[in-house]
Design a protein around this ligand. Sequence first.
Ligand SMILES: Cc1cc2nc3c(=O)[nH]c(=O)nc-3n(C[C@H](O)[C@H](O)[C@H](O)COP(=O)(O)OP(=O)(O)OC[C@H]3O[C@@H](n4cnc5c(N)ncnc54)[C@H](O)[C@@H]3O)c2cc1C
Length: 471
Amino acid sequence: MAVFDVDLFVIGAGSGGVRAARVAAAHGAKVMIAEEFRIGGTCVIRGCVPKKLLVYASRYKDHFEDAAGFGWDLAERSFDWPRLAAAKEKEISRLSAIYRDNLDKAGVAIADCRAEIENAHRVRLRADGRTVSARIILISTGAAPVLGPDVPGREHAITSNEVFDLPELPKRMLIVGGGYIAVEFASIFARLGTEVSIAARGENLLRGFDVEMRFGVADALACAGVKLNFGMLPTRIEKTPAGYRVSLTKGIQIHADQVMIATGRRPNTSGLGLEKAGVECDSLGAVKVDAFSKTNVESIYAVGDVTNRVALTPVAIREGHAFAETVFGGKPEAVVHSNVPTAVFSTPELGCVGLTETAARAIYDCVDIYLANFRSLKAALSGRREKILMKLVADGATDRVLGVHILGEDASEMAQLLGIAVKMGAKKSDFDATVALHPTSAEELVTLRTRTARFEREIPGPEGPDSGPLD
Ligand SMILES: Cc1cc2nc3c(=O)[nH]c(=O)nc-3n(C[C@H](O)[C@H](O)[C@H](O)COP(=O)(O)OP(=O)(O)OC[C@H]3O[C@@H](n4cnc5c(N)ncnc54)[C@H](O)[C@@H]3O)c2cc1C
């Protein structure tokens, strides 16, 4: 039998890779992990965690404004970006150190460098050229921002990788893109005091999310002062003495101190040596895997964003865990990618789980919609205009709840808990049978008595499995 240096070599110490390495090691495997940037990966270093810290920072603006209606007089306020950036850096360094410590404690060897595949059982460490043989190789290299559209002056633009460490708060910012990352940063910077514009190719934001919620988010951004330019992309970015002049299609020009491109992310597979081992990728460069995260090469697996299934941290973690249980724990586990709760951390935030109305209507013959649109109790005194929007999508034939979508304060927290009910196959009647908790916003979800709409298909379509929230 062949003898290998390690049982498992993990390329990339982000959400998926770290979990897989630790669980495999706990099952007795000899594990090595390589990381070319900082341990913790996108989520910890330049994704979910630092972003949520910025979201918290930005929301103080609303809290300060709302306080007046409740009798508070607040003194003059000011915001210090370098202080926030330093506090953020301290926290992510702390988390990264915990990740490293946990790997150490699990007995996982760490190589702080880039690793590339040499063949089905061999990896080369770029730091010193050393090669390591492994019975199993796990690719967990994540994804990176796409820099398109390729226009003159594009090199002046930043991406979500750089935005966290700007030396100062930009006075004017153009964000190119309409996905969740573009929306979240527009909402953050607008509240911190930046004049924000969005330029997006589509006619609305957040493609794939439920339609009412998309309009609700666009309205909320507009209310926060974000200028929305739909059906437009940059054609040129020019440096000027005062910043950048960005020409958009339709002949519009926008002046900004920072231009951020947030037009999507691409799996990190280029230069990884996949062709040397014969690993197949799809047209977007994502590693193709089966339900157990195995590639077409027997000894090579892939988890997380690099496989472009559902690009979220908890999904990468779940895939990494399932991989390790399958290969080293003797418990084959396939990850189910339906009904994954998700959120957009705009203000107000969007939380959802299950199918959108569009997706449900494409799959089911009879779809019932329940909608609620109301002002929160808090808004009665704060004077804030925005409304909370809740939408429940149910199968008209079985009464099963197929999807729930909420735009409002704490929607992400509600979506996490609703995820349990939807995953368990709860029916609308189960929601109705649940006693309300008063006074809350969430109580509306169990008091949605009147159906807003029913959509019936004349020609029955094929019954299909649930997909995620993206339609
Ligand atoms: C701005 C932003 C906000 C986000 N917000 C959320 C959110 O709120 N909620 C959520 O669930 N998800 C969010 N995500 C997505 C989430 O961060 C990813 O889904 C998650 O990090 C994927 O984990 P992963 O293990 O697949 O990859 P990653 O965490 O990206 O880890 C991959 C690691 O591999 C390393 N690497 C790459 N190539 C090599 C190589 N050849 N050798 C060695 N190391 C290598 C990289 O440096 C990286 O550290 C966000 C992403 C971004 C960009």
